[in-house]
Write a protein that binds this ligand. Structure first.
Ligand code: NCD
Ligand code: ZN
Length: 346
C-alpha cells in the first residue's frame, strides 16, 4: 500500500451558499481542509463587513454539526458602489481575506457585480495602500464575445491595465483556464498569483460533449481545449508558488443543472484533494503536491502554513452518485466513477 502524507491543505476558493443548504455545503470541506476562502456571491451579495460577519457566524454555526471544522476566510463582493470606507474597514478586519471582483453578468449571482472596472481605480488605490487582496473572476461579459475567448480578453482589456496602474496591489486571478492566463501570471510580478481548479486540470471542452451534453461539467470560466488544459497541468505541477489550490467547488441542486438553461458550477469538495493528487500522480509529480495544496496559498496571503498533516493512500473507491443539498441533491464531480487516492486521516 502506498501512502502520501502532506501538510494539511487549504482551499483558496469555494462556494458555500446560504440557508438550508449551507450545512451540506460545509460538510465535505470540513473533513480535511484547513482554511477555505468563501466566495461572497450569495443571492444577496456579501458587500460589506457587517454582512460578512453575519455570514461568518452562519458558517461557524452550520459547522457545529461536524466533528471537525475548517476556518472560513471571508471575502467581500465588489460593486460599482463600494466605498473607500468599506474597504478600509474590511482591510482592518481579522476575518476578511480579500475583495472579489465579478464583472456584472459573468457568472452565478453576479448581477450586482462591476459594470465599469476603470471607475473602480480609486478603490484599487485604497486596496493597494491598505494591503487588501483583490480576487478576480477574469472574464469579459459582452454577449457578442465567444465564451471561449472571454478570459483572454479580460486579461488584455482589464487585467494588464490594473496590474500596470497598481504595481503593488495583490491580485489572485481565480480559476484560470487558458495558457494565456498561465503566461500572464508567469510574466507578472510576485504580487500576482492564481488558483487552479481540479476540473480544469482533469477535463477539457471535449468532455462537455462526450456522448451528449454534460450539464454537470458546465462551469465558468468554461472548460477550454486540451492545449489549455495541458498548460494548466504544467503550471500546477511546476512548483511555481504563483499557482495554488482553489477548487471553486460550487454546489447547485440537480434541477438547476439539468435544465433547459442550466447554471454554471461543478461540485468537487467531496474529493478535491484526491482529484488533485490523481493529476499530480499521473504526471509523476507527487513531490510537488504539498507546495500547491498546502503552502503557496498561505504564503501568498501572508498566513502561517498549517502545522498538521493529512495522509492519502492509494486505494480505489467509488464517488457517490449524488449527495444531499438541503431538501434536494447535487451530482458531485466524477459521480459513480472510481478514484485512485483516498484521504484516510482527517
Ligand atoms: C460559481 C458559482 O456557482 O457560484 N460557478 C462556476 O461555474 N464557477 C461562480 C464562479 O466562480 O464563477
Ligand atoms: Zn467560484
Amino acid at each position: 500500500m502506498e501512502n502520501l502524507t502532506i501538510r494539511r491543505p487549504d482551499d483558496w476558493h469555494v462556494h458555500l451558499r446560504e440557508g438550508t443548504v449551507l450545512k451540506d455545503a460545509c460538510r465535505d470541506l470540513s473533513r480535511y481542509i484547513g482554511r477555505a476562502v468563501v466566495m461572497p456571491n450569495l443571492s444577496k451579495p456579501v458587500t460589506n463587513l457587517t454582512l460578512a460577519k453575519e455570514y461568518y457566524n452562519d458558517i461557524k454555526a452550520a459547522m457545529e454539526l461536524f466533528p471537525r471544522q475548517f476556518t472560513p476566510l471571508m471575502t467581500l463582493y465588489l460593486t460599482d458602489k463600494t466605498s473607500s470606507q468599506e474597504i478600509i474597514e474590511a482591510a482592518r478586519s481579522e476575518i476578511i481575506c480579500g475583495i472579489k471582483l465579478y464583472p456584472s453578468g459573468a457568472t452565478t449571482n453576479s448581477q450586482s457585480g462591476v459594470v465599469d472596472i476603470s471607475a473602480l481605480f480609486p478603490i484599487f488605490e485604497v486596496m493597494q495602500r491598505e494591503k487588501l487582496n483583490l480576487m478576480i473572476h477574469g472574464e469579459v461579459t459582452d454577449s457578442e464575445i465567444d465564451p471561449f475567448d472571454k478570459e483572454k480578453l479580460f486579461i488584455d482589456r482589464h487585467l494588464a491595465a490594473i496590474t500596470k496602474e497598481f504595481p503593488d496591489l495583490k491580485i489572485t486571478l481565480e480559476h484560470i483556464t487558458t495558457k494565456d492566463a498561465v503566461q500572464f501570471i508567469l510574466d507578472a510580478g510576485d504580487n500576482i498569483a492564481s488558483t487552479i481548479t481540479p476540473h480544469h486540470l482533469i477535463y477539457n471542452r471535449s468532455d462537455l460533449f462526450r456522448g451528449g451534453i454534460r450539464p454537470h461539467l458546465y462551469c465558468l470560466p468554461i472548460l477550454k481545449r486540451s492545449t489549455h488544459q495541458t498548460a494548466l497541468i504544467e503550471a500546477a505541477i511546476s512548483g511555481n508558488p504563483k499557482f495554488f489550490l482553489g477548487s471553486d467547488s460550487a454546489p447547485h441542486d440537480i434541477h438547476s443543472k439539468e435544465s433547459a438553461c442550466g447554471c454554471a458550477g461543478i461540485y468537487s469538495a467531496h474529493a478535491s484533494l484526491e482529484f488533485y493528487t490523481h493529476v499530480f500522480d499521473q504526471m509523476n509529480a507527487l513531490d510537488k503536491l504539498e507546495g500547491f495544496a498546502s503552502e503557496f496559498g498561505a504564503r501568498f496571503y501572508g498566513l502561517q502554513k498549517n502545522s498538521d498533516s493529512v495522509t492519502l493512500i492509494r486505494e480505489e473507491w467509488e464517488i457517490a452518485e449524488k449527495l444531499p443539498l438541503g431538501a434536494d441533491w447535487l451530482i458531485p464531480m466524477m459521480s459513480k466513477e472510481i478514484v485512485e487516492w483516498k484521504v484516510i486521516n482527517k
